[in-house]
Design a binder for this molecule. Structure first.
Ligand code: V1S
Ligand code: CA
Ligand code: ZN
Length: 394
């Protein structure tokens, strides 16, 4: 177990599968699984592996994946390779291509099924360690694929490991949790997880994300996540959305995150928390256009960790890979309570050249916050609406 800043010890279980770390979706694809290998290598170089229980993961089984995903979709994913794609494997489908026909966002690639089983296996193992009481914080940086739906791939996500892991946390077995809070700090709306639990009052989904138009006139992906999306039936009020403008810095972000998360904790009183730590909300990301610093992003982790509930930390988006690795490495340090001990200079290790663009510093510099009164006003309004919405629970 690891002692930490607040003096409490936490047992941190860390899941890393080198077998899926060097997979490529395509030569040009934005999603680069090797960023997790970089984060891992940096965690090792900072000497943090001895402070955690490092556990082997086994790939998720087909039947575990079928607990959420539809039969036809799983058959397709399992059989999809670049070759079967070229030979028309999708042709056997009547009308729906299950998000796999476009080829660019969610391309077929070599070892796709291994990749899906690998990252889902990590999240499931992490959830089991929490449910079994063996761990206080469990980490799988390869997980966090929040857009995948029961029968559809979307936004670089094929299998929704988050839904599988939450279902494991809720499971019927001993040590299972009655209520799970899901928090999503990826720059994109966590639509797949929201939809999966939209009518449940045992799972509250809370996504912070960018919402609105892009400079090209299109909608920022996926175009959902308005405050008015609040859930259905028994799940009404258990879906929470916090849309934000591009350019939000640490202070504005935390002025929403902390009061909203505190309120959610108060009214929902979860027995476990899942935090999707998508790193595309960091400043300098190739897709996100938000402006969080590594410390600002990690503040979300330390804030939630402070509530002392079983905590599952997952990855997600993140497209400037050196930033992603810096962030998840620092958040690993937060989990074990050693963030104050990390020297800012990136240590010599196999990937150190990748950090040159950020001056070889873990805490790379972020543009000055420009005080934008319109952005501040909108954020304050969003906060009010969301807090009122949350106060209707209980
Ligand atoms: N923004 C963005 C973006 N960029 C791409 C993209 C670019 C080049 C490629 F070769 C492939 C894809 N796609 C998008 C987004 C999807 C973002 C997914 C984020 C995933 C996550 O971080 O939340 C979690 C891992 N898609 C779109 O914007 C949709 C389009 C509207 C534009 C791109 N084209 C290819 C399809 C339609
Ligand atoms: Ca989000
Ligand atoms: Zn994202």
């Amino acid at each position: 177990s690891a002692s930490c800043v607040d003096g409490k010890k936490r047992c941190v279980c860390y899941y890393y599968d080198p077998g899926i770390a060097h997979i490529k979706l395509s030569d040009e694809h934005m999603m680069v699984p090797a960023r997790v290998a970089m984060a891992h290598s940096l965690v090792a170089a900072y000497g943090m592996l001895d402070s955690m229980r490092r556990l082997r993961t086994r790939p998720a089984t087909e039947s575990e994946i079928r607990r959420f995903h539809s039969p036809e979709y799983v058959d397709l994913l399992r059989d999809l390779t670049p070759e079967s794609y070229d030979h028309g494997v999708l042709g056997r489908l009547k009308d729906d291509d299950h998000g796999l026909g476009g080829c660019i966002e969610c391309p077929p690639f070599d070892r796709l099924w291994n990749y899906c089983r690998g990252y889902a296996g990590g999240s499931l193992a992490a959830a089991r360690a929490l449910a079994g009481g063996e761990s206080d914080v469990a980490i799988n940086w390869s997980g966090g694929m929040h857009h995948a739906c029961a029968a559809k791939a979307s936004g670089f996500c094929y299998v929704n490991d988050i839904v599988l892991a939450i279902n494991e946390l809720l499971g019927a077995g001993a040590g299972a949790f009655r209520r799970v809070l899901y928090v999503d700090v990826d720059a994109h709306h966590g639509d797949g997880v929201q939809e999966a639990f939209a009518d449940s009052d045992r799972v509250m989904t809370l996504s912070f994300h960018r919402y609105g138009k892009t400079p090209h006139g299109g909608k920022f992906f996926p175009g959902t996540g308005l405050v008015s999306e609040i859930g259905r039936g028994a799940g009404e009020h258990y879906t929470v959305n916090v849309p934000m403008d591009a350019g939000v810095h640490d202070d504005v972000y935390q002025s929403l995150f902390k009061p909203i998360v505190s309120k959610a904790m108060e009214v929902f009183d979860p027995e476990a928390v899942v935090l999707q730590c998508g790193a595309d909300s960091l400043s300098g990301d190739r897709l996100g256009s938000m402006e969080l610093s590594v410390r600002g992003h990690a503040e979300c982790v330390s804030f939630l960790r402070g509530f002392n509930r079983p905590l599952l930390l997952l990855g997600g988006g993140g497209y400037t890979i050196n930033h992603v690795a810096s962030s998840w490495c620092y958040e690993t340090a937060v989990a074990i309570g050693k963030e104050r001990d990390l020297p800012d200079e990136i240590p010599k290790h196999g990937y150190d050249l990748f950090y040159m663009n950020q001056g070889n510093k873990l805490h790379y510099s972020v543009s000055e916050a420009t005080v934008n009164s319109k952005l501040l006003k909108k954020a304050a309004e969003t906060k009010q609406i969301v807090l009122e919405h949350l106060s209707q629970i209980k």
